[in-house]
Design a protein around this ligand. Structure first.
Ligand SMILES: Nc1ncnc2c1ncn2[C@@H]1O[C@H](COP(=O)(O)OP(=O)(O)OP(=O)(O)O)[C@@H](O)[C@H]1O
Length: 254
């Protein structure tokens, strides 16, 4: 049986505390994520999806409740500490890569996620063949640009690189925050296929926020609907397989 890799127990997050704008964003989130879960997350604008990733990633503190990683309480641990076991890919292709460094240099840095990082050129040479092979799995010509500065890549190639970097050193938890939303339909589909391949092949545990209901249905073994800071539905296995866009769409109606 799969083991819980991440647990959120009655997590609440309040912003603008003590002011007239005080708002509770996450209103008691209870969530157990098992090893190998690939969870897609949908919900209306402002439902709290990115905030959920922020509290998991440690970018935002919690005001009540607990977060556990493999049974260990990490509620108070910093964002930096969590990078040892967690990786995140954002919507913006510019985030997650160093623009002046080459593709290969960025990949080398990514192998040291969660450690003190510095580039050793000897290691670059030793890893180049492996990095090139990995880049080729992205199916977008990234492997031909290993010595190109990342800032000169297309948005699709840069986002593919961000994804590769997030998974190069196996994370216990991979957070995908609308990571294909800024890409054109073809490039987006290509990255989604590559994402699914990597998650399935490496048995990664991943959470993926998307506004595309078809994608939320197609990928993963679980689907969460977030509404107004709460988990409104949690579909798994056969229940998820039987879901349709029409049924899911009801959650978006007033
Ligand atoms: N640091 C913050 N300070 C004040 N309000 C915040 C903060 N972070 C999030 N919010 C508010 O909390 C609510 C949830 O935001 P969040 O970005 O998590 O929603 P979302 O589901 O990711 O939305 P979208 O689909 O538009 O990306 C929004 O109303 C947002 O304005």
């Amino acid at each position: 049986m799969s083991k819980p890799i991440l647990e959120l127990r009655d997590v609440q997050t309040v912003v603008n505390k003590g002011t007239a704008n005080e708002t509770t964003i996450l209103k008691g989130i209870n969530l157990t994520i098992n090893e190998g879960d690939f969870i897609t997350i949908v919900g209306t604008n402002g439902a709290g999806k990115s905030t959920l990733f922020n509290v998991i990633g440690g970018n935002l503190g919690v005001d009540a409740g607990q977060i556990l990683h493999s049974g260990v309480d990490i509620t108070k641990s910093s964002e930096e500490q969590r990078t040892a076991f967690l990786a995140r890919v954002f919507q913006d292709p510019k985030l997650g890569t160093a623009p002046r460094m080459t593709v290969a240099e960025n990949m080398l840095l990514a192998t040291k996620r969660g450690e003190r990082r510095h580039l050793v050129h000897r290691q670059l040479k030793a890893n180049l063949a492996r990095f090139t092979e990995l880049a080729a799995t992205m199916n977008n010509g990234l492997e031909k640009r290993m010595t190109t500065a990342t800032g000169a890549l297309s948005g699709g190639q840069r986002q593919a690189l961000s994804f590769l970097m997030a998974t190069l050193k196996r994370p216990d938890i991979l957070l995908l925050d609308e990571h294909t939303a800024a890409l054109d339909p073809h490039t987006s589909l290509n990255l989604l296929h590559a994402t699914n391949e990597r998650i399935t092949h490496d048995h990664l545990t991943a959470l993926m926020i998307t506004h595309h209901l078809e994608d939320a249905l197609t990928y993963g073994n679980r689907l969460l609907v977030l509404q107004n800071g709460q988990i409104k539905a949690d579909f798994r296995g056969p229940e998820k397989q039987e879901l349709t866009v029409e049924k899911l769409y009801h959650y978006f109606e007033d």
